[in-house]
Design a protein around this ligand. Sequence first.
Ligand code: HEM
Length: 455
Amino acid sequence: MTTSQVHFVPPAPVPPLEPPSTRAFLRAVRSNSLGIFPEAAYREDTWVRRFLGRRSVLLNAPDAIHRVLVDNHSNYRRSGTAIRVLRPTNGDGLVLSEGETWRRQRRTIAPALAPRVLPMLARHIAETTAEALDSLAERADRPADLLAEMQFLALEIAGRSMFSLQMRQYGATMRRLLGEFADRYVQLDPLDMLLPPSIPTFRDLARRRWRTRWMRLIDTILHARLASPDTDDTSDLFGLLRASRDPETGVGFSPGELRDQVSTMILAGSETTALNMFWALTLLAQAPDQQRMVAKEVASLALTPESAFADLGKLPYTKAVVQEALRLFPPAYTLVREAIGADQAGAIALKRNDILMVAPWVLHRHHALWDRPAAFDPSRFLPDRPSPPRFAFLPFGAGPRTCVGAQFALTEATLVIASIIRRFDITLAEDRPVLPVAIMAIGPDHAPPFRLSPR
Ligand code: HEM
């Protein structure tokens, strides 16, 4: 596929020409955050707006992003609103911890997700995916909801690789709780934005009640894992996490911390990856040439639990599709930080309390950084092509707080997409455009039906 060929351009909301008014901004934050970025944000190095008396600065320039996420990262912390929304699911787990606690947690968790565990993960992924595809094949005469299928599959993979447990029995409750959280508690009230996170808002009280129910479910899963025979500290991520010790102090996680880490991993590890796989399939369903390229690449591979890890190295095009889906529809669409002190980030002087945004959604569609940014062209990520500009592609963030599960996610998405396309030719079963909506992550505005034809 050459760059001169016509590529599919997936539908996306048209950015407003003018910066949204405060009322439109609030509406967008509650219904689809992609609407907060005006056209200029996709062309300029920085875009600044004042909101409720505070300055929000969107950074697109590599040196400014590098300063905030890498060089001087300790001058920036998660914003109060992010803490309110993330606390119920993450508790004191890795995503929200700060300072020395964060460093200790990160050092402890990193070995459990290190490259050496990828062969074990690949085995779990291949096994679980094969079962899911057998079930899909039995239903191939009816349209498939691949959003729901990917959510259940990602949860099942997370459950098996983390807990050696079948998650089927917990899937429905988990989806119901997560749906309720997304519908009711992710939206921000003005008070959520005005008050410091130490002061609970009414919505926070409801979020806390939700957390009690969520943690009950996590406890049920933990108990099932602790009671399951034939598991030890090497059989899965839970075992590795439980056994892992901070290399510097020799201290492991307390039971409370372990519980929060487990909740963090289940959620961070399944929702984002499920959405990435869904978008990759939605793109391939609408781009037959690219789907053929994947089908050709996977045709001779076995993709069995035994071969999956070795097969991964033979899937450069499929991996490029996954990366291109991450570029066009990055599940984590904005990283938000709050400046603890003044700083100079590239050309812009930042003040204490400024809100900084690094938005993969904007960066990945920036006109100065990408050729035909709106087009679906996986070949831009092929190994023989020049790498994307520095800090232009940040689906997993950057710097010390970069995603700890990035390799897990890429391994999973690449193997799952390869396995599905090896088995089925996929198309959308209706013409209605599938539009991205960003609330907690970038999902679709509706779950489109897919037609699956066995190859
Ligand atoms: C496509 C899938 C995924 C995407 C797009 C994604 C994206 C991200 C991003 C952007 C961050 C950085 C947030 C920030 O700097 O504010 C992050 C952090 C994190 N991710 Fe992921 N992630 C994915 C999969 C996973 C998986 C599979 C796991 C676990 C198995 C995971 C666990 C975490 C954790 C624990 C953090 C916090 C790291 C820290 O603060 O030190 N993620 N992720």
